[in-house]
Design a protein. Structure first.
Length: 290
């Protein structure tokens, strides 16, 4: 199929982009990597009157460490994140998860900001953002807003972005010492959307779990934090089995069933992946294998 007719504009600065978004409102749509938008246009599931192509806004493509945060511009290609030594060293969970996003051809065009703004409930990057306690920087007519993952993701394919706002930057905390991570997912084929995915982070303190974060993808309208399981693990000694926390996390999920997997199957997979991810994150934090 071919997309419905639209007007095409290609701004060269953030200010010019914001002016266009303010002018066209809900009738305008940002084009970055196009890996989500173009299929929707071709199937006519999206019919914007104006496409605002930001690929010439070079100031939105960068990866920088500043203090305790790694700043990634919204237009940064996923392939650049995959190849980044800064990401591998300071945000290893992101570096691991990015390899699950589509295929190399997809990652060569897809952007970090585009994936997060699209807010697909099976996407990897929103789950990583939530698991790490990252932030999204949004710019609009009223200035700049900095939102947590919980504030930004509001439902299925929906975010707190206003039609006149631009997702400009994503910020990830630098991994601290004695911190381990893991990202695992199950998909029908590598590169497909995840049936279930999980991001785990464990910070070790005095031989115990000082803090833990566990976030799922593919089992709700957006990234799902398993806060009860996190509380169960926090402060526990190495003798506590991760299986208990994984079962508690899966029991709190309410996934939908579809032609690819039933709700019960997703819960069972979530439990298994959570246990494996927690164990791997613990080992990577410097803890002994359980």
């Amino acid at each position: 199929m071919k997309p419905a007719p639209f007007r095409y504009v290609a701004p060269r600065s953030v200010d010019e982009t914001l002016a266009l978004l303010a002018e066209h409102g809900a009738e305008g749509k940002i084009l970055a990597g196009g890996q989500s938008l173009v299929p929707l246009l071709n199937m006519r599931l999206a019919r914007p009157q104006v496409i605002v192509d930001i690929n010439r806004v070079k100031s939105l493509a960068y990866i920088r460490r500043r203090g305790d945060l790694v700043h990634i511009g919204a237009l940064t290609r996923q392939a650049a994140v995959e190849a980044s030594a800064v990401v591998r060293r300071y945000v290893p969970l992101l570096g691991e998860a990015i390899r699950f996003v589509g295929h190399p051809q997809i990652r060569s065009r897809g952007t970090v900001g585009g994936s997060i703004a699209h807010a697909d409930p099976s996407a990897e990057l929103p789950a990583v953002l939530a698991a790490l306690g990252g932030q999204v920087v949004v710019r609009g007519p009223s200035g700049e807003r900095v939102l947590s993952a919980g504030e930004f993701f509001t439902g299925y394919l929906t975010t707190a972005l206003d039609s006149a706002e631009l997702l400009a930057e994503v910020r990830f905390p630098v991994a601290g010492g004695r911190t381990g991570h893991a990202f695992l997912e199950v998909a029908r084929r590598h590169g497909d959307f995840a049936l279930v995915g999980v991001a785990a982070v464990i910070q070790r303190a005095d031989g115990k779990i000082g803090a833990a974060r566990l976030t799922f993808t593919g089992v709700g309208p957006g990234p799902v934090r398993a806060t009860e399981a996190e509380a169960l693990l926090s402060g526990s000694g190495p003798g506590r089995p991760f299986a208990e926390a994984a079962r508690a996390a899966a029991a709190g999920l309410d996934p939908d069933g579809d032609i690819h997997a039933s709700a019960q199957y997703r819960r069972e997979v979530a439990s298994t992946l959570a246990r494996r991810a927690l164990d791997l994150a613990w080992q990577r934090s410097g803890g002994a294998a359980r």
